[in-house]
Design a protein around this ligand. Structure first.
Ligand code: HEM
Length: 504
């Protein structure tokens, strides 16, 4: 009986402590609006992510509560461009929060994306900067061209439909094949071979689609992250280089490629001018180079694949955009302004409508909508007159940011590339500044931006100058689930070879 009484007292004491702790936590940010449940519990966010449409839920939050809203006991979300810039500015005392730790792909080894300490992060960025920018990676454009040509070959080989020969193609899958082959080729010097074999070699795509939801969920719930530091649990959750398929296999490929470089005669100082060699030449150890190759692949592949398939979907379903873009490309071909078989990056940058389509695509469907939360520095901060205590996390509301009506106009929910060509100089500058935030900002800005843009600059030119596109079923264009990055499938299209009269 006495034992029972003690037990009851312990439980009652625990409940009281929890209520007081929740109340204190609630009070800290009580002046910032947000859904009632989110003020008390992280379960609100878990629910939002779990329903696989968190980008739309977050957009609703901005509409209902304004540009700074509370979506967890210690978590805010913002679509205020000035605040986002201030948090990531080069000299900002804000730092990355533990949201990023879920992307530590090798237990115990950080990569540039998971380094929370600003000094370490700045040093690592400086070691990788030149490799990413192409300054010490002169094979970058040729590598992308090779993989785009491989996609065009695959389409011609297997998927060009004719009157009597119907060959539907899943563009969601093929854009993943391209993005994965290209990024792996850039990162390690060898493509996965998905385009050549027309299949998900090593089941990497299947397994990433299965693992991604847990990674994002872990990032959303800080208490779960602590478990990842326990070796026994980490070993079971993280991919393992001994796995024969999926991410584990990818780790092994990266390990082998990096080991080759470090082996006799090919170590640091090698004359090879590619991204991996640039990282090694700037002092990355063997394990660090593997870890960086992996985050480069994970960060670079789904984002670019997402952009290719969603922009194509918007183009195919917007007749005016489709015909205007194709006309621009046909004119450029006639006037010999673009090279064959693959347009150069510089040539593509001179095509104004193409550039407007890419900017509008990144705005209307940003490929990354994860929170990427930063942390308020010691001493706290005053935001719009409200004191926000130290340690509060503030995530980005990307969807709401890029649809701000005060920046992009009343029709900001519509895909309309013309807005970039019609805007006054002043409005254009405002639009450019805000839309650039799709890449992050300042000390955290995307390292792969020029790689991604080079790929996007080329792919739409080649897909649309060579082929015509229709949806198989416009009532069910594509399956899509949002986990901060989009997992998409079944974008079934009919591809036909193009023979524009003007070019005969
Ligand atoms: C359309 C495609 C892409 C978009 C929209 C995008 C966007 C972003 C964003 C928003 C961030 C994080 C900023 C922050 O933490 O505040 C980021 C970081 C990063 N991205 Fe990208 N990205 C894209 C493609 C790529 C590609 C192709 C690569 C690799 C070649 C890449 C490599 C990275 C890396 C390494 C970081 C970490 C930078 C750091 O921690 O300092 N990204 N990207």
């Amino acid at each position: 009986m006495a034992v029972l009484q003690v037990l009851i007292r312990i439980i009652v004491a625990w409940v009281i402590v929890q209520i007081v702790a929740s109340y204190i936590s609630y009070r800290r940010l009580s002046r910032i609006p947000g859904p009632w449940f989110a003020r008390w519990s992280s379960l609100w966010l878990v629910g939002a992510v779990w329903r696989r449409q968190s980008h739309l839920k977050f957009y609703e939050i901005a509409k209902n509560y304004g540009p700074l809203a509370r979506i967890g006991p210690n978590l805010l979300m913002t679509s205020d461009p000035e605040l986002l810039k201030r948090m990531s500015a080069a000299r900002s005392s804000y730092a990355r929060s533990d949201w990023y730790l879920a992307f530590r792909l090798m237990p115990g080894i950080d990569n540039v994306f998971t380094m929370l300490d600003d000094k370490q992060h700045t040093k690592r960025r400086s070691q990788m900067h030149n490799g990413y920018l192409g300054k010490e990676n002169i094979t970058l454009e040729a590598t992308i061209d090779r993989n785009i040509s491989s996609l065009l070959d695959l389409i011609r080989r297997s998927y060009v439909s004719k009157k009597s020969d119907f060959r539907p193609m899943d563009l969601a899958e093929k854009s993943q094949f391209l993005a994965l082959d290209a990024i792996l080729d850039i990162a390690t010097g060898a493509a996965m071979g998905d385009l050549k074999n027309d299949k998900d070699v090593n089941s990497y795509l299947k397994i990433t689609a299965a693992v991604l939801p847990s990674l994002i969920m872990i990032g959303s719930v800080p208490s779960v992250q602590n478990f990842l530091n326990i070796p026994f649990i980490a070993k079971r959750l993280f991919p393992n280089a001994e796995d024969e398929i999926g991410m584990g296999k990818l780790i092994r490929i990266a390990q082998e490629k990096v080991a080759e470089r470090f082996s006799s005669g090919t170590g640091p100082g090698n004359a090879q001018m590619d991204m991996l060699q640039s990282f090694i030449n700037h002092g990355l150890s063997q394990d660090e180079a593997v870890s960086e190759s992996l985050i480069q692949i994970l960060g670079g592949f789904d984002t670019t694949a997402g952009a290719i398939r969603t922009f194509m979907l918007y183009i195919i379903t917007s007749p005016h955009v489709y015909s205007t873009l194709q006309a621009e490309l046909d004119r450029a071909v006639l006037e010999s302004k673009i090279s064959s078989p693959v347009v150069t990056d510089n040539e593509a940058r001179e095509l104004p409508y193409l550039q407007a389509v890419i900017k509008e695509g990144l705005r209307i469907f940003p490929p990354g909508t994860g929170l990427m939360a930063k942390q308020v520095p010691p001493g706290g901060d005053k935001i719009n007159g409200v004191f926000v205590p130290a340690g509060t996390k503030i995530g980005v509301n990307m969807w709401a940011l890029l649809r701000r009506k005060d920046v992009f106009g009343v029709d900001s929910d519509v895909f309309r590339p013309e807005r970039w060509l019609e805007a006054s100089a002043e409005d254009l500058q405002k639009m450019e500044t805000v839309s650039e935030l799709v890449w992050g900002y300042g000390k955290y800005v995307c390292l792969g931006k020029s790689v991604a843009l080079t790929e996007l600059n080329k792919i739409f030119v080649e897909l649309l100058r060579n082929f015509d596109w229709k949806l198989v079923d416009p009532t069910k264009p594509m399956k899509s689930a949002c986990y901060g990055i989009f997992v998409m499938s079944d974008l079934w299209v009919i591809v036909t070879e193009r023979h524009p009269k003007s070019l005969k």
